[in-house]
Design a binder for this molecule. Structure first.
Ligand code: CIR
Length: 257
């Protein structure tokens, strides 16, 4: 089994992206595209086989593929994103998903869920109750996953876009967390590393085996992760951060041949 990723090239319309918790700043689409290529190179350097889907000129946020599909070893679940402007991204990615995983399930109205709210650690699936993801979708997901022996837990959160803005896993035993945005008690069974002071956005990292991929914008949190024994690859994703994205959102990771 090896690790694969679906990614999608940056839309030339990325400047028209959705924004919820940050103000709009000018985004250099060409620089965003270059940074996205660096991100893909970093994934490849960490041993991931990347399939890069073409840019979608009419879908500004479509680089953030994580929000459109949940890929488990046993099945895929197409989401129904909370932002209406992002719903067409799901049909756009569906053929690529069907090519790599079966069965493919789907969240339906009035459920809404963004993949950025879904944190899987082993057989535990934590889902943020956010501006984008609601209890209806969480109940649908729990029913879809029940036969596969996953436990789904809804997690209240505040002041950030997605659950994975506030917490991600460094390993099956350890989480990286900003406790101002999510109640750390929900993750009491894990060892917890807190983001460094003045780096509230630093909790969003990608775990690839025992390596960690994270934005270069958070050197103090990077040092904490390295001190804990992880090998860290840092990438500059400043233009994608202006679109309220970071590193998990730019790929959907899955196991395959
Ligand atoms: C949005 O607001 O939907 C996009 N501008 C950013 C989505 C980032 N997604 C993620 O972190 N999973």
């Amino acid at each position: 089994m090896s690790l694969h990723a679906l990614c999608r090239a940056v839309s030339p319309a990325i400047a028209d992206c959705e924004l919820s918790f940050i103000g709009r700043e000018a985004i250099d689409a060409a620089l965003a595209q270059a940074q996205h290529l660096d991100y893909i190179s970093a994934l490849i350097g960490l041993g991931v086989s990347v399939t890069e889907l073409p840019a979608e000129p009419d879908l500004p946020d479509s680089v953030f593929v994580e929000d459109t599909v949940l890929l488990f070893d046993e099945l895929a679940v197409l989401t129904r994103p909370g932002a209406e402007s992002r719903r067409a991204e799901v049909d756009a990615i569906a053929p690529a998903v069907q090519a790599v995983r079966k069965p493919v399930e789907r969240i339906s109205a009035p459920g809404t869920i963004d993949g950025g709210d879904v944190l899987r650690i082993g057989r535990r699936v934590f889902v943020g109750l956010s501006q984008r993801s609601n209890q209806v979708a969480i109940d649908q997901l729990a029913a879809i996953l029940k036969p596969y022996d996953y436990t789904v837990t809804a997690v209240p959160m505040q002041d950030c876009l997605h659950l994975k803005s506030a917490v991600t896993a460094l390993s099956d035993e350890t989480v990286l967390i900003n406790p101002d945005w999510v109640d750390a008690a929900f993750f009491s069974e894990y060892r917890q590393i807190r983001v460094a002071e003045h780096e509230p956005d630093a909790a969003n990292v990608v775990r690839i085996g025992s390596a960690i991929l994270m934005p270069s914008a958070f050197p103090k949190t990077q040092a904490l992760i390295e001190t804990a024994g992880y090998s860290v690859t840092a990438v500059d994703v400043s233009e994608l951060q202006k679109a309220e994205g970071a590193v998990t959102c730019c790929s959907v990771l899955f196991t395959g041949e």
